[in-house]
Design a protein around this ligand. Structure first.
Ligand code: GLC
Length: 426
């Protein structure tokens, strides 16, 4: 018997030899995975991918990016537009799926057994016109980190409104400074002009009843009195309970100050929980987390929905191997490892009942309801224009916080800029 193969006729023995050669990888491949990272993510990545490397014989090289998601996005966009073949997988922010969808492989078929194990809303966020653009590896929703010991020392309750937070932070800061610590601050957060400020400011505005910048139906809602109030409140923190330098802080700068023990409160994502309890942390065992404060007692606390995913490049020369790695990273084994080593919130439902995770990272089961109720940024309604919407928004906020124009004036200008950007439709 003979079989046609690429225009040649092979005898059956030759076909068997070919089949067995294909079954055992003849050559191990080096796979390139590009990712930004905070905390111990780069260090942990090696441990994380080891079981996959051992099982498949391939190796993974991490190409590290700047920590800022906005900087990563800029670089990814250049590589993808150029059809770069040397990067196989991209770690992608939850907000990017609609903008980068065309460059990634559809993972729906490959992930047909895995996807149903994830929270449906997260799979949905990575699905663009029926194409599963990326697989979730962890989700994110921020917390208000507070120093239990200092709240006790000053007889202060965990704040539930931004005014309570302001008063509590001021009281503790005054006390600690009077006791001789001139470097002590009340509240640290992310005020740099980048995507992280969009997250912080969306939380202030939404929790003052001021909407979500652009509503799910595409309406531009950001210019309203509650949003003005929210931004003016935050502006009042700069140079009082927060250092002037907060206007240049991203996640890691806030965590750095917090972990030296020089802040009463911090806004940050769950990754800071495990690191804060590390042996080299001055706040180990001294802090707890609560939901972020709200505008008034009648408002609702708001947490921005974050999270990271893995996408396979359409331009990769090793797509099948890359898909296998993506399935591994989004699967239960890797997500559990990441939950324990990095306190990242899993996207696999069952892991919220995992006893090892609950013991190592109590914030994880505690945070399930918070991320399930988190507020998405308007990346779905604004489609390919989200990055521009966000950068116009964070710029207007940054100007306001820096004292360049009032919140009312800056939001009015922002509204007209966004209207122009939208044109007749997003
Ligand atoms: C976190 C979130 C991500 C967000 C970023 C902003 O990494 O997971 O979604 O865009 O912070 O700095």
């Amino acid at each position: 018997m003979s079989y046609g193969f690429k225009g040649r006729v092979l005898r059956s023995s030759a076909v068997l030899a070919l089949a067995s050669a294909l079954a055992t990888p003849v050559m191990a491949e080096e796979i390139f995975y590009v990712s930004g990272a905070v905390g111990n993510a780069v260090e942990n990545f090696k441990t994380l991918v080891k079981p996959w490397e051992e099982a498949t014989g391939n190796t993974v090289t991490l190409v590290p990016m700047p920590a800022s998601t906005s900087d990563q996005f800029g670089q990814y966009r250049l590589w993808l537009a150029a059809g770069a073949t040397d990067i196989d997988l991209y770690q992608t922010d939850v907000i990017w799926a609609p903008q980068l969808a065309d460059h990634f492989v559809d993972l729906s078929e490959a992930a047909k057994d895995l996807a149903p194990q994830h929270f449906p809303s997260i799979i949905q966020s990575q699905t663009v016109n029926g194409k599963l653009v990326a697989l979730p590896i962890f989700t994110d929703a921020p917390a208000l980190y507070y120093r239990k010991d200092l709240l006790d020392k000053y007889g202060v309750a965990v704040p539930t409104t931004w005014d309570e937070l302001t008063a509590a932070a001021q009281k503790i800061q005054d006390g600690e400074r009077a006791a001789g610590n001139a470097d002590f601050w009340g509240y640290v957060w992310q005020g740099n002009a980048y995507e992280g400020l969009t997250c912080n400011a969306l939380e202030w505005i939404k929790s003052f009843g001021g909407g979500q910048i652009v509503e799910p139906d595409g309406t531009i809602s950001v210019n309203n009195p509650n949003a003005v109030k929210a931004l003016e409140t935050a502006k009042g923190w700069v140079g009082t309970i927060s250092p002037e330098g907060v206007l240049a802080y991203q996640e890691e700068e806030a965590r750095g100050l917090w972990q030296t023990g020089n802040a009463a409160f911090m806004r940050n994502w769950p990754y800071a929980y495990g690191l804060g309890n590390g042996d080299d942390s001055a706040v180990k065992g001294k802090f707890a987390v609560a939901t972020l404060p709200k505008g008034t007692a009648d408002d609702t606390s708001a947490a921005t929905l974050g999270g990271w995913n893995v996408a396979v490049s359409k331009y990769s020369k090793h797509q099948d191997i890359a898909i296998s790695l993506a399935l591994y990273l989004a699967g239960p084994e890797a997500q559990k490892q990441r939950a324990i080593a990095e306190t990242n919130l899993p996207t696999i439902v069952a892991l919220y009942d995992d006893a090892d995770i609950a013991a190592a990272a109590p914030i994880i089961p505690q945070w399930k309801e918070v991320f399930l109720n988190a507020v998405p940024r308007p990346s779905a309604p604004t489609l390919g224009k989200y990055n521009e919407v966000s950068s116009k928004f964070w710029s207007a906020v940054h100007e306001t916080l820096s004292g360049n124009g009032s919140a009312a004036d800056n939001l009015e200008v922002l509204e007209s800029d966004l209207t122009e950007l939208k044109g007749s439709a997003w």
